[in-house]
Design a protein around this ligand. Sequence first.
Ligand SMILES: NCCCC[C@H](N)C(=O)NCC(=O)O
Length: 450
Amino acid sequence: MTASDRGVLPRPPALHRWLVLLFVSLAMFGNYYIYDALNPVIDLLREQRGFSYRQIGMLSTAYNVAALLVLLAGGYIIDRWGTKQAITVFAVICLLAAALTAATPHFETILAGRFLLGLGAEPLIVAATTVLAKWFKGKELSFAFGINLSVSRLGSASADWSTSFASPLYTNWQDPLWLATAVAGISVSAALLYWMMERRAEGRFDLGTTGKTDKLELKGLYSFSASYWYIIALCVVFYATVFPFRTFAIDYFQQAHGLDREAAGILSSLLPVAAIFATPLFGLWVDRVGRRSLFMAVGSLVMLPLFLMVTYLPPGPDVSVSIPFIGGAQVPLTLLLVILLLGGVFSLIPAVMWPSVAYIVDARRLGSAYALMTFCQQMGWAVVPLVVGVLNDRFQAGPENPAGYTAGMWFYTALASLGLLFAYLLWRTESGPGGHGLERLTIRSASADG
Ligand SMILES: NCCCC[C@H](N)C(=O)NCC(=O)O
């Protein structure tokens, strides 16, 4: 579309926009499903393939190493190819990665599959964000982002639920991963449908522009404020705690707490399920009351004792949890409370943290500020699963020695306490004269100002 078409052509009708959101969200559903499909087969990989926890940690880290490499180039690729082609290519890479992970029993091949997944999945997330910004700018952009993230998290929850709805597959480690490959097919189909929608719209509607896709720019890092660096530090330790905990959670509930696979899957799924509903609600609340750094500090404080609670508190009575259309399970009350609280934190901190960057960084540098944040996030997230894997091996964690998981839980706790420190420093800075309005600005104050 030329600049002269802009303003001449009508904006795309609402139905087109919502269909684009649907297809892009389905592509993300598959993306998150494939990533999390490894979690429920960890015990099978250990029993049937003899993998150590360190090797499981390496499978997780391989994804991040690939993501770190490709995030350096992802923005350029998307700008060069355009979002239609980029999303489809990245979805195909995810499909190939899922197939490679399932294809052979060799550790090196599975490792290569997870590495390939990192090459496709993370730039697919960047491309999806770019599409939404293009189609929803000036419309329901925040809402569209919220829906997209919720559908993505449904992909994570569905991978956990597969221990129930696809339980016959879990006699071996491979079949659940073939199921993930089939789900990756949904991603590719959705990407192609999005391609068709956008192609039909080009020349008929004004699709707007997004500017350049977020890229990592290393020059001028020193000019970001202290508040920005506190948010980055919180982001690093927060995701480096929650994502690795999720990776090992189903296996941990099975080995250390004696849950069967279905119950462990249902319990683990409550984390993304809580986030599906609570993230948009926290977003709406914070937009009304401000107090963003205080919210992040409260979230960090709530997270601090959770890993020690699962380790040291008595399990309490069993309670029934049931997920409509999926199944039900009896789970110990303590574990249920901890997962629900962690789900609350997993909803609150992302809902407040990512948008806060927009208040702190100059709009012209927002793209590189987000790219740098994602890059740092991946670096922290790369290290932790390896460390937890090594700790679990070193302390011979397993059903005969549940205490062997304690060192890993202390490691998560140490990370969570760093998170609390960074959130506190942010709150102190933002409550003083050098603040950027994180505590103060609300929808009401913004409309009063302007
Ligand atoms: N399997 C999920 C990977 C998501 C990584 C992504 N870079 C991210 O952090 N998204 C934000 C979130 O809160 O999920």
